[in-house]
Ligand binder design. Structure first.
Ligand code: PMP
Length: 362
């Protein structure tokens, strides 16, 4: 087999090698059907089996809370930025947003096109170096929902606790940290995530929703943009991204094999600690970008003393087989995305490389 890169891409991102190999083994002939899963009707029993398995595995990993449904949609998390307000931000209501960084800001921009919004908490003043304090939010009675971004992929911040919003539905964009740890789905009205970081390849967006919320979309919303359309049709209203959903099912199976979400969380903690410790113990040669209390276990952002040195770091790292360490173009610096499927060995190799780099440039 060819050598695998040390893949720190932000998304699409590393997938578990076992998953890729299993997919490869059944790529041409899925379980004796004489065709690839991609070549099958989405209305046939074989594909539907995979589709339903993915959905039940996901709910199972989250403890099978009552009254929740899984939807497999398209258009990325960016479409959810619009779909959530289209369906829930109705006349006379306002939507609360937690402004925590780049992705939250995009969600807010979209919601403003649909209706009234307010900023319930923000860390903009602090240049998004930490997650906003959401422990004592005051939400007006006509709040349709509160939206937050559980992990800011670009800045490298993550919520470690979620607010209790009582009767007001909590909506979360979990694109870059879904299933990195256990979470209590019953705290949320709706959770969405593009698959291409922790769940599988790009092309499918996973939505987890409290069923009772999905029934009151305004009548003028186009059919394909209504949650109820997809809920009533088991995400088979139109042709789903069947191969991507098949891959999600494989990734979910792999998560089960890692000891489910408790097992995954433990590994993620070890991986993140290894890297943050290397940064913190570099006597300031490497500097973490965000407040220690809000550090993400998924996207580790850090800087060097100068942009010159950062360029040099990227250049030398690429020569050694490291991919994706350049920070997002909007913020610069360096970023290692260490999602569920990034093996501990990749981070160990990165930490060793960082130490070598410091020796030769420090
Ligand atoms: N939200 C977050 C937190 C993200 O990281 C991303 C993608 N990087 C998006 C939304 C947008 O996702 P998509 O490209 O699937 O629309």
């Amino acid at each position: 087999m060819s050598k695998r890169a040390y893949n720190f891409n932000a998304g699409p991102a590393a997938l578990p090698l076992e998953v890729l190999e299993r997919a490869q083994a059944e790529f041409v002939d899925y379980q004796g059907t004489g065709m690839s899963i991609m070549e099958m009707s989405h209305r046939g029993a074989v594909y539907e089996g995979v589709h339903n398995e993915a959905s039940s595995r996901l709910l199972n990993l989250l403890g099978n809370p009552e009254g929740y449904k899984v939807l497999f949609l398209q258009g990325g998390a960016s479409t959810q930025f619009a779909m959530a307000p289209m369906n829930f931000l109705t006349e006379g209501k306002t939507a609360g947003y937690v402004k925590s960084g780049s992705w939250a800001s995009k969600a807010i921009k979209e919601a403003k096109l649909i209706g009234n919004t307010f900023i319930a908490a923000s860390s903009e003043e602090n240049k998004y170096m930490s997650m906003p304090d959401v422990s004592n939010l005051v939400l007006p009675e006509n709040t349709a929902y509160l939206h937050l971004t559980s992990n800011e992929t670009i800045e490298g911040t993550q919520f470690h606790e979620f607010p209790d919003t009582g009767n007001i539905p909590l909506i979360a964009d979990m694109s870059s940290d879904i299933l990195c740890r256990p979470f209590d789905l019953t705290k949320f009205g709706l959770v969405y995530a593009g698959a291409q970081k922790n769940l599988g390849p790009s092309g499918v967006t996973v939505v987890l929703a409290r069923e009772e919320l999905l029934q009151n979309s305004p009548s003028h919303i186009p059919t394909v943009l209504r949650y109820d359309t997809h809920a009533e049709n088991n995400s088979l209203y139109n042709t789903p991204p069947s191969f991507a959903i098949y891959m999600v099912n494989q990734v979910l199976k792999w998560i089960e094999e890692q000891g489910s979400l408790d097992g995954i969380e433990k590994k993620n903690r070890e991986k993140a600690n290894l890297l943050y410790n290397a940064i913190d113990e570099s006597s300031g040669f490497f500097r973490g970008c965000v407040d220690a209390t809000s550090r993400s276990t998924m996207n580790v952002t850090f800087r060097l003393g100068s942009e010159e040195l950062e360029k040099q770091f990227i250049k030398e790292s690429e020569k050694e087989g490291f991919v994706g360490l350049k920070g997002h173009r909007s913020v610069g610096g360096l970023r290692a995305s260490i999602y569920n499927a990034v093996p501990y060995e990749s981070i160990k190799a990165l930490v060793d490389f960082m130490s070598q780099f410091q020796k030769s440039h420090g």
